[in-house]
Write a protein that binds this ligand. Structure first.
Ligand SMILES: Nc1ncnc2c1ncn2[C@@H]1O[C@H](COP(=O)(O)OP(=O)(O)OP(=O)(O)O)[C@@H](O)[C@H]1O
Ligand SMILES: [Mg+2]
Length: 478
C-alpha cells in the first residue's frame, strides 16, 4: 500500500516537473514571438515609412507629367495596400499574445475618411465601379480615436467591397449618432429587409463629398484627399465641450454577396467564404478577423449583412468622445505650412535608418525649417544637442526614433530634459517616432502629468500632414 502511494507521489512529481518544463517552453516561445513581432514590425515599417512619405512628397511637387503622377499614384496605392496587409498580419500576431492595443488621440475624422477613401479611388476607377463617400453634416471635427486602427478597419472593408464587386457601386457612409452607447438602434435600419431602400437611398443630412465614376469629368480627390473639386466638405460640428456619441460607418456594395452559412463564419481567422474559386484565392483571410478584433478593442461592434447575388453591407459602430476644437487644430494644411515657414524652425533629427532621417529632413524642408544636424543613434544626437546649446544655437525641435542602438529615443529624451534642468534652459520640443506602439512606453514618455518628457509620439508610417500638424501644434503652444 505504502509503496503504491510512494509510486503515485513520484509519478505526480515527475508529471509536475514535466508540466513546469512545458510551461517554461511555452513562455519562451511566447517571449520569442513577442520579440519577433516587435522587431519584424520595426523592420517593415521603417522602409514603408520612407517609401510612402517620399512618394507623397513627389506627388506634392509641381513638375510631374500627368503620366508620371499617375504612375507614382499607383505605386503609392500599392504601398498602402502592402502596409495594410502587413498590419493585418502583425496585428493578428499581437492579438495572439494579448498585445493588440488601440491608441486614441485627437483625430480629424472627415480628413481621415477622405484620405483613406482616396487610396481606393484608382482601383474603383479601373474596375469601372461607381462609388460615393458620404459624410454626415453633424460629424464632429475632432474625436478621440486611434487613426491608424480606424484607417485599417476602413481599408479592410473598402478593400473587400472593391475586391468582391464586379459591377455597380461601392459606398461608404459616415454618420454621427447621439447615443453614447452601442445598442440595437445604432444598427437600424437593418439592410436588405423590407424597409431597406437599397443603395443610394435618400439620406437628408449627408453630403456626398466624393463621387468617382468611370465617365469623364468626375470630381476626384487627390491622394491627400484635399482637393475636392466643386463638391462641398460638410461643415463639421464644432463643439466647445467634450460630448459623447457613436460613429457609424456603413460600407455597402453590389458585389457577389454571401450566403447565410458564409456570414456565420465570416469573422473567423482564414475564413474565405466566397463561392467563387478565384475570389477565394485572393487574400490572406485575416482582414475581417482583425477588423472585428480592432472594433472590439475600441469598445465598438461590427455587423455584416448580405444577400447572395445582390451585395453586402458592413456596419461598424464605435462609441467616441469629441475633442473640443480649438483654432490650432482646425487650421488647414496650407495655413499650417505658411505659418510654420514664418517660424524659421531649427531642428535635430535622429533615426537609425538613413532613409527615415532623409524623409524627416524632407518634411522639415517643406516648411523651410533648417535641420542643423542629423544622427543615426541616440548618443550622437544627444551630443549634437549639447554642442548646439553650448554654442548658443537654439534648437526648437528634436525628432527621435525610439528603437536605436546604444541610447534609445527615451534615453535621449531623459538626457535632454536633465541637461535642460541643470542649465535652466527652455524645454525643446521632443517628438518620438516609432514603428511600434507600446501603450506603457507612450504613457510614460508622452504624458504631461508624469513630468515633461517627450511632447508627442508619432507612429510610422508618418504622413507629411500628421508630421506638420504635430510640429505646428507643439510649436504654437510655447
Ligand atoms: N464585401 C464582400 N462581398 C463578398 N464577400 C465578402 C465581402 N467581404 C468579405 N467577403 C468574404 O469574406 C471572406 C473573408 O474576408 P477577409 O477580408 O477576412 O479575407 P480576404 O479578403 O479573403 O483576405 P485579406 O483581407 O486578409 O486580404 C472573403 O474571402 C470573402 O469570401
Ligand atoms: Mg479582405
Amino acid at each position: 500500500m505504502l509503496s503504491a502511494i510512494i509510486g503515485l507521489v513520484t509519478t505526480l512529481e515527475e508529471r509536475s516537473i514535466e508540466l513546469l518544463r512545458v510551461k517554461s517552453a511555452l513562455e519562451n516561445a511566447l517571449e520569442q514571438q513577442k520579440t519577433f513581432i516587435f522587431s519584424f514590425s520595426h523592420e517593415l515599417r521603417n522602409p514603408i515609412n520612407s517609401l510612402l512619405g517620399n512618394l507623397q512628397l513627389v506627388l506634392q511637387g509641381e513638375e510631374l507629367s500627368a503620366k508620371a503622377s499617375q504612375m507614382i499614384n499607383v505605386a503609392k496605392v500599392c504601398g498602402e495596400i502592402l502596409l495594410q496587409n502587413i498590419n493585418n498580419v502583425l496585428d493578428t500576431g499581437k492579438h495572439e499574445i494579448g498585445k493588440l492595443e488601440v491608441n486614441p488621440v485627437s483625430t480629424q475624422l472627415s480628413e481621415l475618411f477622405q484620405r483613406t477613401w482616396s487610396i481606393y479611388n484608382e482601383l474603383l476607377r479601373q474596375k469601372k465601379l461607381k462609388s460615393q463617400l458620404k459624410i454626415d453634416k453633424d460629424l464632429p471635427a475632432m474625436v478621440r480615436i486611434d487613426p491608424h486602427k480606424l484607417n485599417q478597419v476602413l481599408l479592410n472593408l473598402i478593400g473587400n467591397s472593391v475586391k468582391f464587386t464586379e459591377k455597380g457601386f461601392v459606398t461608404v457612409t459616415a454618420k454621427w449618432l447621439r447615443y453614447s452607447e452601442i445598442n440595437e438602434k445604432c444598427f437600424e435600419p437593418v439592410p436588405y429587409d423590407d424597409i431597406d431602400e437599397g443603395l443610394f437611398e435618400k439620406e437628408e443630412n449627408l453630403s456626398t463629398i466624393s463621387i468617382s465614376r468611370y465617365e469623364p469629368g468626375f470630381q476626384e480627390l487627390n491622394s491627400e484627399g484635399s482637393q475636392l473639386g466643386r463638391t462641398q466638405i460638410p461643415g463639421p460640428l464644432q463643439s466647445r465641450q467634450e460630448t459623447r456619441g457613436v460613429l457609424k460607418i456603413i460600407v455597402k456594395d453590389t458585389g457577389s454577396g454571401m450566403k447565410k452559412e458564409a456570414l456565420e463564419r465570416l469573422f473567423k481567422k482564414f475564413s474565405q467564404v466566397s463561392e467563387h474559386v478565384v475570389h477565394r484565392q485572393i487574400g490572406t483571410g485575416l482582414g475581417l478577423f482583425i477588423t472585428r478584433e480592432i472594433c472590439l478593442e475600441m469598445k465598438g461592434e461590427i455587423r455584416a449583412y448580405s444577400k447572395f447575388g445582390v451585395g453586402s453591407t458592413f456596419i461598424v459602430c464605435i462609441p467616441l468622445s469629441t475633442v473640443p476644437s480649438g483654432n490650432l487644430q482646425r487650421a488647414g494644411s496650407v495655413a499650417i505650412i505658411n505659418q510654420l515657414a514664418q517660424k524659421r524652425i531649427k531642428a535635430l533629427v535622429a533615426d537609425d535608418s538613413p532613409f527615415n532621417v532623409n524623409l524627416v529632413c524632407n518634411y522639415f524642408a517643406q516648411f523651410g525649417a533648417s535641420v542643423v544636424s542629423v544622427a543615426y543613434n541616440g548618443y550622437d544626437i544627444y551630443m549634437k544637442y549639447k554642442e548646439c546649446m553650448s554654442l548658443g544655437v537654439e534648437i526648437d525641435v528634436v525628432t527621435s526614433d525610439i528603437d536605436m542602438p546604444g541610447m534609445d529615443g527615451r534615453q535621449v529624451c531623459d538626457s535632454i530634459r536633465e541637461y535642460e534642468k541643470e542649465n535652466r534652459l527652455r524645454p525643446v520640443v521632443v517628438i518620438l517616432i516609432s514603428g511600434n506602439y507600446d501603450r506603457e512606453q507612450v504613457e510614460e514618455y508622452v504624458n504631461p502629468q508624469r513630468g515633461h518628457k517627450a511632447d508627442c509620439f508619432l507612429r510610422k508610417p508618418v504622413s507629411f500632414s500628421d508630421f506638420s500638424r504635430a510640429v505646428y501644434n507643439l510649436i504654437e503652444i510655447q
